[in-house]
Design a protein around this ligand. Structure first.
Ligand code: SF4
Ligand code: SF4
Length: 131
């Protein structure tokens, strides 16, 4: 996985991949157009495609969104080497993961410094609904 976001050189996912296993790359909702334009870049088989009416961030434009479910829960565009196969076109949520309060990474802070183990455990528990 390259950095999840642009323009912040200290936020470096490569340093944490052996621990985080790119678990943040789950079934992200894609605008249908982005999904259709990049179908040939799908690298993980999906078991179900869910189509919902939603909003494309960050502009909140109403649009049809696609959620693709895989057996292992990873994103359909995540390669075996944990690299994003649509890196240059990845959605806003992926570009901003780790950089804004609503999308905090449990492993590194916004400036790329590591989170304390206790804080990381709390965040992971909360995400799993156990915190
Ligand atoms: S944003 Fe966090 S969880 Fe996602 S790949 Fe980078 S270090 Fe790992
Ligand atoms: S589009 Fe790329 S960065 Fe976003 S979840 Fe999928 S693999 Fe990860």
């Amino acid at each position: 996985m390259e950095n999840k976001n642009d323009g912040n050189n200290n936020f470096d996912c490569k340093k944490y991949l052996c621990k985080c296993k790119a678990k943040c790359c789950g079934p992200v909702p894609f605008a249908k157009k982005l999904y259709e334009d990049n179908k040939l870049k799908i690298v993980r088989p999906f078991i179900e495609i869910i189509e919902v009416e939603g909003f494309d961030l960050p502009n909140d434009n109403p649009t049809t969104m696609i959620i693709a479910m895989t057996v292992d829960g990873y994103c359909i565009f995540l390669g075996k080497d944990k690299r994003c196969n649509i890196y240059d076109e990845r959605p806003w949520i992926c570009r901003n993961y780790g950089l804004i309060p609503k999308l905090r990474c449990p492993y590194q802070k916004e400036d790329g410094s590591p989170r304390a183990r206790e804080q990381r455990c709390q965040m992971i528990k909360k995400k799993r609904g156990k915190g």
